[in-house]
Design a protein around this ligand. Structure first.
Ligand SMILES: [Zn+2]
Ligand SMILES: [Zn+2]
Length: 373
């Protein structure tokens, strides 16, 4: 007896997703995850609305921010059976030159669900077991969270976690996060957990409000304060707090907009670090020589190495990084309503698509048969 599953396929950019049945079969080293939740990422919108190139041929199921439970395992992956897991958004091969040098995020053989593989806007997903992050359900429950809520750890939390780690943020640093929706909001919380004092910048007061509530020491609306004034306001704040006010700022550009990137570049000072976390197809006009003159550095960041996931998850479980108030769950069956609502900004929090209870009960019915398969 086989397992029946459903996934929502993108046949062409901008055209409604269509549900399709499939039979999830794990190959060697692979598992089938019954999906608890899958977050809708800016990157999904790019694929769907902006024609950003997709590696896999269409039709493809998008979605790379997945949590769930392993319900079937291929040869060599049996130890994962029954475990609750987070699927890394970028799954490196583990064997190549880059992986051996701990540069997994540039692994040329990496697989991204919803880009290289059929993704997570589905009842089930088939993924390599390598790199899965186990989730202890009692700890999750103690934190007042469910498995669907921590789907955002797959990308929105771990991507800034890697960026903050890579930038070497530590106690006493002044960190500026530009763009505090989704990824940026987590970036601010993680930087604070690493001991930094955080300045949050956005063009939306609605996104700045939760930052002002115990996360950022200063919030600035870039529609009201910009350019030299912005730099001056941050400098004055740093001076008042006894932090470095003229050098060594660590700036995380998370807005993924041209205006945001230009503003972030304008905040460079001596010894500064600019971490580019957000993505846009737009080009910006900057004086690159400022990096030279300021002896500054710019760092890029693609996903997060799976070995860092347990530490990022630990921050969520012990409350240093809050996720509950920054997400909202919607039924997966509403995907054709949720995507436009996220795109237009009607949905402001991270939307997590949750497969219907019918799909989940199907999972429990077929679990034993999948095992004997
Ligand atoms: Zn993403
Ligand atoms: Zn590799």
């Amino acid at each position: 007896m086989s397992m029946t599953a459903t996934r929502w396929l993108m046949h062409a950019p901008g055209q409604p997703f269509a549900a399709a049945g499939f039979e999830p079969v794990p190959g060697p080293g692979e598992v089938v995850v019954a999906i608890a939740g899958c977050g809708v990422c800016h990157t999904d919108l790019g694929f769907f609305y902006d024609g950003v190139r997709i590696n896999h041929a269409l039709p493809l199921c998008l979605g790379h921010e997945v949590s769930g439970q392993v319900v079937a395992a291929g040869p060599g992956a049996e130890t994962w059976l029954g475990k609750a897991v987070i699927v890394p958004a970028v799954i490196p091969c583990g064997d190549c030159d880059a992986c051996r040098r701990s540069k997994e995020t540039i692994c040329p053989n990496q697989k991204m669900p919803g880009n290289d593989l059929q993704g997570g806007f589905a009842s089930h997903i088939v993924v390599p077991a390598r790199g899965l992050c186990p989730v202890e359900l009692p700890a999750l429950q103690a934190a007042g969270l469910d498995l669907a809520a921590v789907s955002v750890v797959a990308d929105a939390v771990t991507t800034p976690y890697q960026a903050v780690t890579q930038a070497g943020v530590q106690t006493g640093d002044l960190v500026i996060v530009n763009g505090v929706g989704g990824v940026g909001g987590y970036c601010a919380q993680i930087a604070r957990a690493f001991g930094a004092t955080v300045v949050a910048i956005d063009v939306s007061d609605e996104k700045l409000a939760p930052m002002a509530d115990g996360i950022a020491g200063l919030t600035l609306n870039a529609r009201q304060v910009s350019g030299r004034e912005l730099k001056g306001a941050i400098s004055e704040f740093a001076r008042q707090r006894g932090l470095r006010h003229r050098s060594d700022w660590i700036i995380f550009e998370c807005s993924g907009t041209r205006a945001g990137q230009e503003a972030a570049f304008g905040l460079l000072n001596h010894g500064a670090t600019l971490a580019v976390v957000g993505f846009t197809m737009d080009k910006v006009e900057i004086r690159l020589s400022n990096i030279m003159a300021f002896h500054a550095r710019a760092l890029g960041n693609w996903g997060c190495a799976p070995r860092l996931y347990p530490d990022a998850l630990a921050m969520v479980l012990d409350g240093r990084v809050q996720v509950g108030r920054f997400i909202e769950k919607h039924p997966l069956d509403d995907i054709n309503r949720v995507f436009p609502a996220v795109h237009t900004g009607e949905i402001k929090r991270r939307a997590v698509l949750v497969p219907s209870p019918a799909a989940k009960s199907l999972t429990s019915v077929t679990r034993s048969s999948a095992h004997g398969h």
